[in-house]
Design a protein around this ligand. Structure first.
Ligand SMILES: *Cc1c(COP(=O)(O)O)cnc(C)c1O
Length: 374
């Protein structure tokens, strides 16, 4: 739900008063808006939400009711999705390295679609989840992406055909190609190059009598974090759509695994100034959440957020730090902010992805309380 600045302030102040801080607000309206945005920008591409981006049960429930699929990576994630009544055919097991127990569990419960990027994994799948439908994940350019997944995942494209043939020989169902351009990929070239590479594999596979039916374009779709960011995704989607149409036959099923683009804009973190000091001629403010909590994306996701306050006035370069006793727990050393006082509220939007899920209990400080809002 779009809110004016005034409405947002009223909501934040009221909730902070009622529940205390820090608070992690999940807006169902914004979440479903992102799903609709994805569907309208890439019509015909079926989204399988990447559960790892934020596995809060409320988020999964809203998405399940809204009909998305799910990209799951572990027994626990599969169970969480099953618990919402979602059927196995709405899941893709997209972790390329799966525990044998997890493969057995997937097979027992009917999760048939999965990715792989090595021959060892194929043998494991054939042994523990025989007959599965497999997608080869290829290594693709991740140029300029904030999180480079090709550092760890993806087979050489030249190995794709031999691997798919191997899958066939192992009595698996070689079904298609998947890739991930890296997370928060603002560089359209990554998608264009990947689609081209995938289409070459589709054509070769056809010549080898192994017709493929599923193209999985992964995640990575970027969101806006700052007021000065432009809209990245919409203009990229135009090219992605065009290239899919140009390179693939209309009977290829195209799926995607968006995480950040679905959940990122739907959550907001409310914090409070709990300490203040002047160090080296600079104001330092200590907040009640930090990099060991909902701002853990600063470490794990290389994330940068826009911090907002309700105070007005002359600004100065300040440092924001978290509440723990570790010096790693510094949020930012270069925020341009008016002078704040202890008890002031700060908030940060677009913090839904790779944030709450990676929060810890370090120093005995629990993760922010989660509050669903409309
Ligand atoms: C993390 C991940 C995603 C989601 O990536 P986003 O950049 O958040 O869209 C999708 N697929 C796989 C296999 C992943 O590991």
């Amino acid at each position: 739900m779009k809110r004016t600045k005034k409405e947002l302030k009223r909501t934040i102040v009221a909730l902070a008063k009622k529940h205390g801080t820090p608070l992690f607000l999940i807006s169902k309206g914004l979440l479903l808006e992102q799903v609709e945005k994805f569907r309208s920008l890439l019509p015909g591409v079926k989204p399988y939400y990447a559960v790892k981006a934020n596995s809060h049960p409320y988020i999964l429930k809203c998405l399940a009711e809204h009909g998305t699929g799910f990209d799951v990576a572990s027994i626990q994630e599969i169970k969480m999705v099953f618990d919402l009544g979602v059927t196995a055919d709405r899941m893709i097991f997209a972790n390329t390295v799966k525990r044998p127990e997890a493969l057995k569990f997937a097979a027992q419960h009917g999760v048939r679609l999965m990715t792989f990027d090595s021959e060892y994994e194929l043998h494991k799948i054939a042994k523990y989840a025989p007959g599965s439908k497999v997608l080869i994940r290829i290594k693709v350019p991740n140029v300029g992406s904030i999180v480079e997944l090709s550092l760890k995942f993806g087979a050489e494209p030249a190995d794709a055909i031999p691997f798919l043939i191997k899958a066939y020989q192992l009595k698996l169902k070689p079904a298609g190609v998947s890739f991930h351009v890296g997370s928060q990929s603002t560089n359209i070239e990554n998608y264009l190059a990947s689609l081209e590479m995938a289409s070459i594999i589709f054509n070769d596979a056809k010549l080898k009598q192994l017709p493929l039916e599923i193209l999985d374009i992964g995640g990575g779709f970027p969101i806006r974090y700052f007021d000065h960011d432009k809209e990245f995704f919409a203009p990229m989607a135009v090219y992605i759509r065009k290239e899919i149409k140009r390179l693939f036959s209309p009977d290829v099923a195209v799926i995607a695994e968006p995480g950040r683009a679905i959940v990122g804009p739907s959550c907001l973190l409310v914090m409070q100034v709990v300490g203040k000091s002047i160090r080296g001629n600079k104001h330092w403010y200590y907040l009640d959440d930090g990099v060991y909590g909902s701002l853990s994306g600063i470490i794990y996701d290389h994330a940068k957020y826009q911090y907002r306050t309700f105070r007005r006035g002359i600004t100065q370069i300040t440092t924001l730090a978290g509440p723990t006793c570790d010096s790693l727990d510094i949020i930012s050393v270069s925020e341009d902010m008016p002078e704040l006082e202890i008890g002031d509220l700060l908030y940060c939007e677009n913090i839904g992805a790779y944030s709450w899920t990676t929060a810890t209990n370090f120093n005995g400080i629990p993760p922010a309380e989660v509050i669903p809002i409309p």
